[in-house]
Design a binder for this molecule. Structure first.
Ligand code: HEC
Length: 112
């Protein structure tokens, strides 16, 4: 009986592991639509009064690490670097995979 319980919980652990692995693929469009579209718009050109045009953002030209660092902290409305005086939320709950997916989506929208 005891052995069976152990076997069962081991099975549960490896199942949880498989689920976490599966979560580590993120669809670029879906991830963007889930997290960014309301303020930056479907074409990433920004929504008036909510978020700026990202197609010309210097973050798309710089290193991935800087973009990811920015996403994790966002930009407070009172930040001295603010462009609009509006909040860019912190996305510290996105995984690296999800952040990379968003960057892939934005790369496709980048102004040439
Ligand atoms: C609640 C609205 C909102 C959401 C949601 C949002 N943003 Fe923003 N974002 C803003 C605002 C407002 C700014 C402009 C901040 C400022 O005035 O400096 C901004 C700025 C940015 C910038 C900096 C642009 C630049 O060149 O200075 C990047 C990059 C960015 N957002 C990416 C994202 C990504 C990627 C997502 C989704 C993961 C996202 N944002 C979700 C509102 C939002």
């Amino acid at each position: 009986m005891k052995t069976r319980l152990v076997a069962l919980s081991l099975a549960a652990i490896s199942f949880a592991g498989a689920a976490a692995d599966a979560a580590e693929t993120a669809d670029p469009t879906q991830t963007y639509m889930d997290n960014c579209v309301e303020c930056h718009g479907p074409d990433a050109k920004g929504v008036k009064g909510a978020g700026v045009d990202l197609t010309k953002s210097t973050f798309l030209k710089g290193p991935d690490a800087e973009f990811m660092e920015f996403l994790k902290v966002g930009r407070a409305a009172a930040d001295r670097k603010t462009k609009t005086g509006q909040l860019m939320p912190a996305f510290d709950y996105l995984s690296d995979t999800e952040m990379r997916a968003v960057m892939t989506f934005l790369d496709g929208k980048k102004a040439k």
